[in-house]
Each structure stands twice: as structure tokens, then as C-alpha cells.
Ligand binder design. Structure first.
Ligand code: 5AD
Length: 355
């Protein structure tokens, strides 16, 4: 064992004990980690997740209901400048149908995700949320539709939406500016996150691993933001280039660094809801399993209709977990069983009594 490794183990232990690390220590950990450090962190993270949730994985059925987007994020395949995308939007009846099918399969959380599509104004979304909550009162509804005015977030919350996902993308304002177009404001995005949390949503932030211009320093800021913001959920996946974006020739993020960050997030926030993301599953066929073993506890199978899947390509080769039977009898359940875990049929709210 070399001295560097012992030092990083000490840093990971300190993060676990104190739930924080001085900025320089955190940056050094993120700059010098190796496979042994990653394993070490994964073991601690896994134990924390099992102590809190058991060997259970929460599932959320995601419906990607529109790929129309007014934004032009440099990394994203459905950015508005990408004229090659065939745009689609599902109607309310179709969305409800997807969720109804999901309900029969055992899903108790529905995630409605889209680009920032003005044809789905907040009033229309609120009506949809009310319909879903009336039909499935035992289910949680999560929204992931981007930046809105605070009053609109309030409207959606009052309509019954329980959770909201809005990745902060990077906690460093200069890095944010290099990933987005001039009209897109880091300050506004952070304000949206604060609004969501204050309104009462179980709020999720998150970031891509290996996005262009990311450094150990910006990652340290992401971790520090997470400590301070105390999100209910954290979405972390590797950056994957999309051929029709300005970042087409940038390298993809690393699966191993993603796993290490998942573990550090679990250590930092033992009760957080932490998905093993689609992007992780896209870069590695067993990426999701690796994510669970690194401390993740959520998987988000896709409930979108087959004919629109290929059009919601945030990045190339985007995969999906499919569930076509009751979740407890699904391929996903079988895959989880092989690593000693199983699917939990429950809403899986943040902060509820441990399993
Ligand atoms: N690679 C990985 N993740 C991406 N996202 C968008 N584009 C990409 C990409 N090329 C992520 C962003 C966004 C979420 C919905 O998908 O972090 O917030």
C-alpha cells in the first residue's frame, strides 16, 4: 500500500465521519483517487445504503413526454439548434396511458420529463398532475421539465406534484457558462433549485461526470454544493457525446469516476435517493448494477412509448431498462437478484422510515 492511497482512505473516512472535507482535501481526493480508493469508498457507501434501505432498489417509471426544447445546452442532443431531431410531444391521454401501464407493472412513482417545451405551459402540466394523482393517489409524481418561474413551481406543487428533478449541471459558474449558451444563467438555475426546495418539493440536483472543462476543482464544488443544499435526490451520470452537438468530438466521461462520485455522494448524504442512471447503463452494460454496488438505490426504467424512444436522444446510443411485466417478475428484478438486491414496490419517498 503506498502513502497516497492511505491518505485517500483517511480522506474518505473523514468524509464519512464528519460529512465534510476541507476544500483542498476534497479536491486532492478527486484529483488522485485510484481503483483501490474507489473500492474502499464503494464498500462504505454500500454499507450505508444497505443500513438505510436494505438490499432494495426503488424504481421510478419515466415518461419522456416531449423532446421540444427552447434551450441550447452544448452537450445535449435535443438542443434547439439540432435541426436533425424529429420533434414530438405526447398528448395527455398518451402520458396517462403510459403511467396506467406502469401502475399495473408495480410502479408507484412516475417521472414526467421533457425539454423546456412552451406548448406544455404550467397550467397544462398542473392539470395533468391532478389527473394522475386522482387516478393513482398512492403514487408519487416527479417532474423534470426544467426552469420555470417560482409561481409556476408553486402551481405544480399545489396540483400535487411531489418531487422535482433539476440537475444543477455544475456548481462552478464559469464552467456552467462553457456548457451553455449566453442566455442561460447559472444564478437562475441555482435560484430555481432553492425555490423548488422552499416550496416543499423533494428536490433533486445533479451533474454529468466528465463534461468538457470539468476538473477536480469543479467536482469538489459540486460535492460542496450538495452538502450545503441537502437535496433529496442526486442524479449523476457520465457525459456521453452526441454527434449533432458542438461537443460531438469530446470524450465520454469515465464509468469508474462516476461510480466513485456515486459512492462519495452516498457517504456525504446517507439517506439520499441516488439513481444508477441510464447514462451509466449506456456506457457499461452492467453499469447500473455497478452503480447499485457503489451505493445507488434507485433505477428509472423507461415507460415512454416505443415509437418515441429514439427521438429522446440526449446522447448517442442511449439505452433503457424496459419493464413489460410486473416489476417483481421482470428482467430487472432478475438482474438485481444476481447481485443480491431486489426491486421494492413503493413510492420510496425521501426521509421516510427505513425499510
Ligand atoms: N450526456 C450525458 N448526460 C446528458 N444530459 C444531457 N445531455 C447529456 C449528454 N450528452 C443530462 C443533463 C440533463 C439530463 C436530463 O440529462 O445532465 O440535466
Amino acid at each position: 500500500m503506498n502513502a497516497g492511497k492511505r491518505q485517500n482512505e483517511t480522506r474518505i473516512d473523514r468524509l464519512n465521519a464528519e460529512k465534510r472535507l476541507p476544500h483542498e482535501e476534497l479536491t486532492a481526493l478527486l484529483a488522485t483517487w485510484d481503483a483501490a480508493d474507489r473500492e474502499y469508498a464503494a464498500e462504505i457507501a454500500r454499507e450505508l445504503a444497505v443500513a438505510r434501505f436494505g438490499r432494495n432498489v426503488f424504481v421510478r417509471g419515466i415518461v419522456e413526454f416531449s423532446n421540444v426544447c427552447r434551450n441550447d445546452c452544448l452537450y445535449c442532443g435535443i438542443r434547439k439548434s439540432n435541426l436533425k431531431v424529429e420533434r414530438y410531444r405526447l398528448g395527455e391521454a398518451e402520458i396517462v396511458e403510459c403511467c396506467d401501464a406502469g401502475y399495473l407493472y408495480g410502479f408507484r412513482t412516475f417521472v414526467l420529463q421533457s425539454g423546456e417545451d412552451a406548448t406544455y405551459p404550467p397550467e397544462r402540466l398542473a392539470a395533468l398532475v391532478r389527473t394522475l394523482k386522482a387516478k393513482h393517489p398512492d403514487c408519487a409524481v416527479t417532474l423534470s421539465v426544467g426552469e420555470l418561474e417560482r409561481a409556476d413551481y408553486q402551481l405544480l406543487f399545489d396540483a400535487g406534484a411531489d418531487r422535482y428533478l433539476l440537475r444543477h449541471e455544475t456548481a462552478d459558474p464559469e464552467h456552467y457558462a462553457r456548457l451553455h449558451m449566453p442566455g442561460q444563467s447559472w444564478t437562475r438555475r441555482m435560484q430555481c433549485l432553492r425555490d423548488l426546495k422552499e416550496i416543499g418539493f423533494q428536490t433533486g440536483c445533479g451533474f454529468m461526470v466528465g463534461s468538457p472543462y470539468q476538473t477536480p476543482e469543479t467536482l469538489a464544488k459540486d460535492m460542496e454544493f450538495i452538502s450545503e443544499f441537502r437535496p433529496a435526490m442526486i442524479g449523476i451520470g457520465p457525459f456521453i457525446p452526441h454527434c449533432d452537438t458542438p461537443f460531438a468530438s469530446e470524450p465520454a466521461g469515465s464509468v469508474d469516476l462516476t461510480l466513485f462520485l456515486l459512492s462519495l455522494c452516498r457517504i456525504l448524504r446517507p439517506d439520499v435517493l441516488l439513481p444508477a442512471t441510464t447514462a451509466l447503463g449506456t456506457l457499461d452494460p452492467v453499469g447500473r448494477e455497478k452503480g447499485i454496488l457503489a451505493g445507488a438505490n434507485v433505477i428509472m426504467p423507461n415507460l415512454s412509448p416505443a415509437q418515441v424512444r429514439a427521438k429522446y436522444m440526449l446522447y448517442n446510443n442511449k439505452t433503457a431498462v424496459d419493464v413489460e411485466t410486473h416489476i417483481t417478475k421482470s428482467d430487472l428484478q432478475e438482474r438485481l437478484r444476481k447481485i443480491g438486491y431486489s426491486v421494492k414496490v413503493a413510492r420510496g419517498d425521501y426521509g421516510e422510515t427505513p425499510c
